[in-house]
Design a protein around this ligand. Structure first.
Ligand code: NAP
Length: 285
């Protein structure tokens, strides 16, 4: 058996077409969605991510601004810029590109962003609202994973889901979202005993570890949906996921490739959150 490949790029383009139509409607009503990204320092990967986000915004009509600050910017100065953006009614989404230079406390920065403009969904207010079932900005990567699973036609409710990884930005919110969809959820991490046996029970596997090719064929139940969040740079410069795609595709029912799976969906969900924020500000939600 060979898995069907979940095309994250195609799904992403399809969703973005719908989002563009939503932006057009908002524009007609004078509510142009706006996202501001703050980049501190000159990390080369971050520069690429920020450029991609700005380009994706522009393509569908979202106004995007990038504030570039030197790597030695004092934390207080960054917090003051965020404060100004919190008060600016034309800014609907604020995103601080991570990682930040070592002298800046990421938590302080995260807490400074108004939860109403936290389109990354990382603020504790949004995390808390998600966990108690209230409206919240959903964290982009896990929200994208849910869309990818849905696109396979798989009913999530009642299924056994295993999330590998328990980070605050991917693993934990992923588990929360699967729970919200009524899956029976298990979270694995670096201290899990017998991880292969745990993963093999899953109808849905989400790998968010950061270790190339960790998940092997014998870890996966035949027919399972396998979502690979991992983005690992190999010695030859190529990008690889956390799942050994070459062998797991022979046993899974559906599988995301790396690249071209989860990656494109993350930015799409960021665009979606920014539009939602603009709609709320305009009183249209
Ligand atoms: P992270 O903060 O480093 O967390 C990794 C998690 O994996 C931790 O919970 C860790 O367990 C667990 N882990 C480590 N080794 C393990 C092992 N051998 N077996 C089982 N679990 C293990 O990473 P992250 O930020 O969640 O990111 C994970 C991956 O997703 C990375 O490759 C990252 O680049 C990628 N990513 C992709 C996107 C995208 O848009 N495609 C977005 C975000 C992240 P402990 O908690 O016990 O240490």
């Amino acid at each position: 058996m060979s898995a069907s490949i979940i095309d994250g790029k195609a799904l992403s383009e399809q969703i973005r077409e719908g989002l563009k139509r939503e932006v057009d409607v908002l524009r007609e009503r004078g509510a142009v969605p706006g996202l501001t990204v703050i980049l501190v320092g000159d990390d080369s990967a971050s520069q690429i991510y920020v450029r991609n986000k700005a380009k994706s915004c522009e393509k569908i009509g979202i106004r995007s601004d990038v504030i570039r600050m030197p790597g030695d910017t004092p934390e207080a100065e960054l917090l003051s810029v965020i404060d100004g953006l919190n008060r600016n009614p034309d800014v609907h989404g604020i995103l601080v590109q991570l990682p930040l230079p070592g002298h800046i406390n990421e938590e302080n920065v995260l807490l400074a962003i108004s939860p109403e403009k936290d389109v990354d969904g990382f603020h504790p207010v949004n995390v808390g609202n998600l966990s108690i079932g209230r409206d919240a900005f959903l964290p982009c990567t896990p929200a994208g994973c849910i869309e990818l699973i849905r696109s396979t036609g798989t009913e999530i409710a009642g299924k056994r889901a295993v999330v590998i990884g328990r980070s605050n930005i991917v693993g934990k919110p992923m588990a929360m979202l699967l729970l919200r969809e009524n899956a029976t959820v298990t979270i694995c991490h670096s201290r899990t005993n017998g991880i292969e046996d745990v993963v093999r029970q899953a109808d849905i596997v989400v790998a968010a570890v950061g270790k190339a090719h960790l998940v092997k064929k014998h870890w996966v139940k035949p027919g399972a949906v396998v979502i690979d969040v991992g983005m690992n740079r190999l010695a030859d410069g190529k990008l690889a996921g956390d799942v050994d795609f070459a062998e797991v595709k022979d046993v899974a029912g559906h599988i995301t490739p790396v690249p071209g799976g989860v990656g494109p969906m993350t930015i799409t969900m960021l665009l979606k959150n920014t539009i939602e924020s603009a709609r709320r500000t305009a009183g249209l939600s």
